[in-house]
Write a protein that binds this ligand. Structure first.
Ligand SMILES: CC(C)(COP(=O)(O)OP(=O)(O)OC[C@H]1O[C@@H](n2cnc3c(N)ncnc32)[C@H](O)[C@@H]1OP(=O)(O)O)[C@@H](O)C(=O)NCCC(=O)NCCS
Length: 266
């Protein structure tokens, strides 16, 4: 059972939260903040992720990444990184829709940037990988032919009826849990997927007349015993397909599930 299956007691008031997507090319400040929250996620909840903070593993040791490698990750085409920001924090003005609560944040953790300790840290993050990016990844984790991708989804993708998006790296800082930050991040990612014009249009493939409208399917992998994450995703509409442990690749933890949701274009 994962250690985050028990609910962090909700503070009496909710922190007003805004979300934004890190604009690319990312600023040094955004790269530093992303690095901070990503490493905090791996240190705090190593059981929830395939990558590791400090020892070699499938995903490598992220604490050893150089600034240039973080920069490359944040700027990778097709990877959209969402950040949840306490409304009084940095970049909050990039999102017009903070939650309506007027209550002050329950905590004001600070981050050191150029020696200045003033801005609240990001409350949460998640990343979304686009169909184009997934198509470019070497066969393996994301490949329907090699892992226990739900067969009907793999088939729909092969037929050209569906495009697959992948949600990864979901994490909410412990002091902000139980305040809908996870839910807000997922909704923001869904909004992004719904508004995307689709692979064919991006590539200018219009000679076939009206573009075939594909289903948009968002997928993720979760450790099946991670009750809080599974519940969060189920509440957002994801449905679970347990992965047969025999189909996992070397080094991957057993007891995982695929979760998926089909979204339609606007
Ligand atoms: C899982 C996680 C992202 C949830 O974030 P969160 O901001 O606390 O979640 P929310 O407040 O938006 O909760 C939304 C729904 O998820 C469910 N949920 C969230 N935390 C829960 C918990 N500890 N126990 C039971 N259900 C929980 C609830 O159904 C909740 O809806 P409700 O408030 O109407 O009951 C957070 O606990 C976390 O970062 N965990 C460690 C990292 C992790 O497991 N990441 C997922 C990797 S796949």
């Amino acid at each position: 059972m994962s250690s985050n299956s028990s609910r962090t007691p909700s503070p009496t008031s909710k922190t007003p939260i805004s979300t934004f997507i890190i604009p690319t090319p990312a600023s040094e400040d955004h790269i530093t903040r992303y690095k901070e929250i990503r490493l905090a996620s791996l240190l705090t909840n190593p059981e929830a992720f395939g990558s590791r903070y400090g020892s070699e593993n499938n995903g490598g040791s992220e604490s050893a990444l150089t600034f240039a490698q973080w920069e490359e990750r944040v700027n990778t085409p097709g990877r959209s990184i969402f950040a949840a920001v306490p409304a009084s924090g940095p970049s909050a003005s990039l999102s017009p829709s903070p939650s309506p609560s007027p209550s002050p944040p329950p905590q004001q953790a600070t981050i050191s940037l150029n020696g200045v300790h003033s801005e609240p840290q990001w409350a949460g993050t998640l990343s979304l990988l686009s169909p184009a990016m997934l198509a470019g990844i070497p066969k393996g984790l994301s490949d329907p032919m090699h892992v226990a991708y739900p067969p009907e989804i793999a088939e729909a993708e092969r037929r050209g009826d569906a495009e697959i998006w992948m949600l990864v790296g979901m994490w909410v800082r412990p002091g902000y849990r139980g305040q809908s930050v996870g839910r807000i991040l997922i909704e923001r990612a869904f909004e992004f997927v719904r508004q995307d014009e689709g692979i064919a249009e991006r590539e200018g493939d219009k000679e076939k007349g009206a573009r075939k409208r594909k289903d948009k399917i968002v997928m993720l992998r979760v450790i099946s015993s991670n009750a809080s994450a599974v519940r969060l995703y189920e509440k957002a509409g994801f449905r679970r397909t347990p992965i047969d442990d025999a189909e996992l690749e070397e080094g991957q933890s057993p007891g995982q599930s695929w979760m998926s949701i089909k979204l339609f274009s606007k």
